[in-house]
Design a protein around this ligand. Sequence first.
Ligand SMILES: Cc1cc2nc3c(=O)[nH]c(=O)nc-3n(C[C@H](O)[C@H](O)[C@H](O)COP(=O)(O)O)c2cc1C
Length: 195
Amino acid sequence: MDYFELLRYRQSTRKFTEEQISQNDLSDILAAANSTPVGSNLYKDIHLTVVQSRDVLNKLSKAAVKRWEDKAKIKKIVGDTPDVDLSQKAFDPFYGAQTVIFVSHRKQDLQPGIEFSNAACITYSMHLAAANLGLGSVFMWYALESMREIPELDNTAVLSLPDDFEPLIGIAIGHPATKLSARDLKTGKISINYL
Ligand SMILES: Cc1cc2nc3c(=O)[nH]c(=O)nc-3n(C[C@H](O)[C@H](O)[C@H](O)COP(=O)(O)O)c2cc1C
């Protein structure tokens, strides 16, 4: 797909079917992750975890589910996000996606914050690749933040990460319940100044 056409199809998906993504699509998405630039070429500081086990996702969602009870706080976090129904009881931070890929980074303080930039670049690359394959996807921050907020429900250990790595963000990927549709490309969402 032409890049700007692809941007029209890129969108966050928050409802997935139960169908798993194919191995070929997963390989393409992982190739997109590997094609991403990372600071200082330090690919060895990054680790991906592909989770396709419902049992693991359920464990990772416990803190997010608990946090969902604090509706006043959730309302602030959700902000202007469309498609998030605050009244729903059984909240699944992964929205039923059959595949979630977590991006973890080696803990470091040599270049403070670069780990988040790296993780964002990698996740966005996978997000675009998924859209190009007709798959739905959505960044996953909330589930990880919830585990940091509620240490007693922090199940990060189930990710079996290498020593000294921490998960920074994830992406839920799957077949969208509603086919992706093209949206108009808008300007003006982000403020700009010109010097
Ligand atoms: C860093 C980052 C973290 C995000 N975390 C979540 C999340 O945890 N859950 C969620 O439903 N959406 C999450 N999103 C999706 C945003 O809410 C979404 O991109 C934004 O509302 C714009 O909508 P669009 O992607 O459909 O254009 C995240 C997006 C980014 C860039």
